[in-house]
Design a protein around this ligand. Structure first.
Ligand SMILES: Nc1ncnc2c1ncn2[C@@H]1O[C@H](COP(=O)(O)OP(=O)(O)OP(=O)(O)O)[C@@H](O)[C@H]1O
Ligand SMILES: [Mg+2]
Length: 458
């Protein structure tokens, strides 16, 4: 199993002498197993010290070091980036060894950097095309949503449109929150499009999508000499200069980076990783969360100081089930959007739509309509055309459905808590449950479960 594992596995005994060194580890380091096995770590890696070697440090402290990013040049001269987790191996109270797991993310890192390079190229191209021409609204290269795309007649959506128009005239930072599919990105793009930054770039980044080290480089930029193999590269803060940077799921951004972001907002200057100079940045930051931001602060997912800075304007998007009066309007909007303005919706379907609780919110409604169009023969969407989950629920079934939902919810919550207890970390628990880590984090947020505090940060 050790030999076929795709993660590099390196185990030392209590003296720091290697006892396990698998194939993946040997490929990462560019060393043969026989050059490492039976030897002390410092004899094999002379550049390391008692202090800098993670294996020796964990051996001494007994404290696991989880998900640390490292870039190094291996013995074959290749630049490698890995994510390492190092754990003590204990017997009773005694530390009898340490184990390091390394995942090669060189390719992922290269891809992330390539994307950053390409966005910059695009931006330079756009700039060239823009010079000489007067700044006209709506001349953005990608078609972004505008206020007119925000559909809804409920009081709360009318208020949202008013807030969007009002805040677009200012330079304040904005915090948008709402469940999945409630239209957060739609609102953020609408603010950008209605602002005087409309011709400048709109850049969106999901903070939960990347490991800490990559996110930091991507957002703040890197500089030659920052770490081995680093290039001079502007971060998204610079790429979005003059425009808007949308940071989605800001509560998944590690707290250290949140502090760094706060400094950029306050000083309007950014320092690329490893750079000595600071550069001025002019960017409006709009962030979003899927749970109430105050709750994110209480759960330690979001720094209070960053929250106060961003929440000058706070826009909350209620779930669709709390504004059913918007459903008919949204239906005709999506039918028109798909070029089917002539299609109508049967009263039975509309009543099913009004009873269903739409966990996926507006996005789920759009998909339900889009999907039903594929089955359509006549000019009316009937019950048999809409997804069974939406259809199966009639008013009379509401009570038992509610209780089953609750049972499932409680069961899920208990399973997550048990997995976290067993696994000790979110990543481990996700593995136990057989779901992606991001999915687990999202489910934990929904249930208000805190992550075990294992991360040591950077
Ligand atoms: N009020 C609305 N009017 C018209 N379309 C809407 C509205 N709200 C959401 N939509 C549509 O629903 C889809 C999902 O919206 P969006 O991507 O903005 O959601 P989100 O809150 O960012 O979701 P997630 O948290 O999953 O990223 C989009 O296609 C968007 O255009
Ligand atoms: Mg979104």
């Amino acid at each position: 199993m050790l030999e076929v594992a795709s993660e590099g596995i390196h185990v030392v005994d209590e003296r720091g002498v290697t006892v396990v060194y698998n194939k993946a580890a040997s490929e990462l380091d560019g060393l043969l197993p026989e050059e490492v096995l039976g030897k002390h770590v410092l004899d094999v890696f002379p550049s390391l010290t008692q202090e800098s070697s993670t294996l020796l440090r964990v051996l001494r402290t007994g404290i696991p070091e989880i998900a640390k990013q490292q870039t190094f040049t291996n013995y074959k001269g290749k630049t490698i980036t890995t994510i390492n987790s190092t754990y003590p191996i204990t017997h009773g109270d005694e530390i009898i060894g340490a184990c390091e797991l390394s995942t090669d993310i060189t390719r992922i890192k290269e891809m992330a950097e390539r994307i950053a390079d390409l966005s910059q190229e695009l931006r330079n191209k756009e700039r060239r095309e823009h010079t000489g021409t007067p700044r006209t609204r709506g001349k953005v290269s990608r078609k972004l949503f505008t206020v007119d795309d925000i559909v809804g007649q409920s009081a709360v959506m009318r208020e949202v449109r008013r807030q969007v128009i009002q805040v677009a005239r200012t330079q304040s930072n904005v915090l948008v929150w709402g469940e999945t599919g409630t239209g957060k990105e739609l609102v953020v793009q609408a603010i950008h499009s209605a602002s005087d930054r409309a011709d400048a770039p709109f850049v969106a980044q999901n903070c939960a999508a990347l490991p800490e080290g990559l996110l930091e480089g991507l957002v703040f930029g890197t500089s030659k000499g920052g770490f081995t193999g680093a290039q001079d590269r502007p971060g998204l803060l610079e790429l979005a200069s003059g425009g808007t940077l949308y940071l989605d799921e800001i509560d998944s951004m590690p707290l250290g980076l949140q502090a760094k972001l706060l400094r950029v907002i306050q000083d309007r200057r950014v320092r690329r990783i490893g750079d000595v100079n600071e550069r001025p940045v002019d960017v409006r930051i709009i962030a979003s969360t899927s749970i109430p931001p105050r709750q994110a602060v209480e759960q330690g997912l979001m720094r209070a100081d960053l929250y106060f800075r961003l929440s000058v304007v706070e826009i909350g998007l209620p779930p669709l089930r709390k504004r059913q009066e918007d459903i008919p309007l949204l239906c005709s909007h999506f039918l028109r959007k798909h070029g089917k303005g002539n299609i109508s919706i049967s009263p039975e379907v509309m009543s099913a739509f009004l009873t269903y609780d739409w966990p996926g919110n507006v996005r789920e409604l759009e998909h339900a309509i889009e999907g039903s169009l594929a089955f359509l023969t006549g000019n009316t969407i009937e019950l048999q055309h809409i997804p069974p989950t939406v259809r199966g629920i009639t008013a009379s079934a509401t009570i038992s459905r509610g209780s089953i939902r609750n049972q499932l919810k409680n069961h899920e919550k208990a399973a997550i808590e048990e997995a976290l207890k067993q696994g000790g970390s979110v990543s481990q628990a996700a593995r136990i449950l057989g779901i992606p880590r991001q999915t687990l984090q999202y489910r934990m947020k929904i249930h208000g479960i805190r992550a075990p505090r294992l991360r040591t940060g950077k």
